[in-house]
Design a binder for this molecule. Structure first.
Ligand code: HEC
Ligand code: HEC
Length: 469
């Protein structure tokens, strides 16, 4: 206990020092402009980045899954080796780890990289948010089929069934609630809500009957790039996540954890993973850049945009601002969801996650964080709900497509080097799950009109500059 407290004080000191350094650098950034609020930092635990990466690739932060034998029989177990893993995990898709459960069974369990890794020009980029996954279907059906397979192979009284059941139970429970309307965006906020409704805040035990009314809407979100985290004082699009980031991220354990001892065990490894995430750098823009145009764009950016998004290059600063809904003007559903349904963040704050040393806190805000823009070329589509396909469209609200469709393959051929983002076609209406319909609640593409007043030439220059970040 003492050691933890001492470590806590040390971390607080390190954070204080780091911040005073940031403030010096941030001397160019003035007071928060009207309609914005500064998000204060919280002390963070420190960790070992190398150990964190190992935990990400081999760890059991999700502690239940499909028995390895069943998985191999169904899939062949020889996927492309995107992560260069060894042992049982070699040949298993990057979205899964092979772990040994508490009762000694090897299972294939989903990981952070289901959502926090994506292909770019044929290479897997760990930390780039997934933007091609299809969450429009109810995953419960797959698990109903897998239930039969596991029962047939091992029987219902087997250790294999016990090792598999928590993953099946959670996925079947969430399935119908977490469907998005469009391929691409992610339902993570709703996953948290459904799991909170089915877990006791007192001891994290699973509760079959939902204890809160689960909202009908599924808020769609783009998955934020992990390399931005090191600059942030608060996590999540609405700045909801305060306190210790590792504690916040450890909530992924809610999917399958057996008890609160497991929650503590996962949490104790998260500082290492957070330390590794802080080492990630964004991928560099791989195509030609017009240096003169980008330099002109930098000048405009440092007049029109830097107050919210900070400065880059030789003088790095990031102001950590929350921008009110009124000022940002982007789709309100995500920001409002935590106000309309306070039971979820209240559950979190009342549970062990939100208590004691290194606690995480979910404190809802009105509005959205103006994010750092490092590597922004690679993170299309844009805004928290992935509603705007390119940078040029983001900087001209009158030009944004109402219905649009892209090819879900992040290749050079599909990248629009002029507009900065994925090539798309404008559609007359939503005809399938691959058409993004910005008229749906939560999917709106309005707001962020901060580039509207630029001339076409100035906008082109800013887009060119953004490619260099
Ligand atoms: C089902 C998809 C999914 C999985 C699995 C997932 N995440 Fe996330 N993660 C998201 C989404 C979506 C957000 C943004 C949510 C928001 O801001 O409302 C997010 C946000 C975050 C953030 C905050 C980023 C920021 O800049 O604000 C961190 C850190 C994070 N996740 C870490 C993790 C870790 C570590 C794991 C594994 C233990 C994990 N996530 C598993 C989808 C996922
Ligand atoms: C008043 C503050 C403010 C100003 C000024 C501002 N932005 Fe933003 N910007 C935001 C906020 C807030 C968001 C996130 C909104 C959301 O996701 O709903 C954002 C999002 C973005 C994004 C999308 C990031 C992503 O990954 O989805 C880009 C790119 C961007 N801004 C560029 C610019 C540029 C270029 C300018 C100057 C022309 C600018 N912004 C001016 C507040 C601002």
């Amino acid at each position: 206990m003492k050691i933890f407290q001492a470590a806590g004080i040390l971390t607080a000191l390190v954070v204080l020092l780091a911040n005073s350094r940031l403030e010096n650098n941030a001397a160019v950034v003035p007071d928060p402009p009207p309609g914005t609020t500064y998000l204060e930092p919280s002390p963070q635990r420190s960790g070992d980045a190398g150990a964190g990466y190992q935990y990400l690739l081999y760890g059991d932060f999700v502690s239940s899954g499909i028995p390895l034998r069943v998985f191999k029989r169904a899939s062949g177990g020889n996927s492309p080796d995107d992560l260069g893993r060894t042992g049982d995990a070699a040949g298993i898709p990057f979205r899964f780890n092979v772990i040994t459960t508490a009762n000694g069974v090897k299972v294939v369990a989903p990981t952070c990289l289901t959502c926090h890794a994506e292909k770019l020009n044929g290479q897997l980029i760990v930390g780039l948010g997934s933007n091609t996954m299809d969450h429009t279907r109810d995953a419960a059906a797959n698990f109903k089929a897998a239930d039969l397979g596991v029962k047939m192979m091992f029987g219902e009284n087997s250790p294999e069934w016990a090792a598999y059941y928590p993953a099946s139970r959670a996925t079947k429970t969430m399935g119908p609630y977490i469907r998005t309307e469009t391929r691409g965006p992610n339902p993570a906020d709703k996953i948290f809500a459904v799991l909170a409704a089915h877990r006791s805040a007192a001891d994290f035990a699973w509760i079959d009957e939902a204890q809160f009314n689960i909202p009908a809407e599924t808020v769609p979100t783009d998955v934020p790039a992990w390399w931005l985290m090191k600059k942030k004082n608060a996590l999540y699009y609405n700045g909801l996540g305060r306190g210790d980031f590792g504690r916040l991220a450890s909530a992924s354990g809610m999917l399958t954890m057996l008890d609160s001892a497991e929650a503590r065990r996962i949490d104790s490894r998260m500082p290492d993973l957070m330390a590794w995430i802080r080492t990630i750098e964004p991928p560099k823009y791989p195509y030609p850049i017009d240096g003169e145009l980008a330099a002109a764009g930098k000048k405009i950016f440092e007049k029109t945009c830097y107050k919210c998004h900070g400065t880059y290059g030789d003088s790095v600063s990031y102001p950590n601002l929350l921008v009110s809904l009124e000022k940002a003007g982007t789709d309100p559903l995500l920001s409002n969801a935590y106000k309309t349904h306070p039971e979820y963040h209240t559950w979190y704050n009342n549970s062990w996650y939100g208590q004691g040393a290194n606690k995480g806190q979910m404190l809802p805000n009105d509005g959205y964080v103006a994010p750092p823009l490092d590597g922004v070329w690679a993170t299309a589509p844009y805004l928290h709900n992935a509603s705007v396909p390119t940078l040029e469209d983001l900087l001209n609200s009158t030009q944004r497509p109402v219905y649009w469709k892209r090819v879900f393959e992040n290749t050079e051929a599909n990248y629009d080097q002029v507009k900065g983002g994925w090539k798309y076609t404008v559609e007359p209406a939503k005809t399938d799950v691959e058409t993004y319909d910005t008229t749906l609640p939560g999917y709106g593409n309005g707001g962020h009109k901060f580039g509207d007043r630029l001339t076409a030439e100035e906008r082109k220059a800013v887009v060119e500059y953004l490619k260099t970040l």
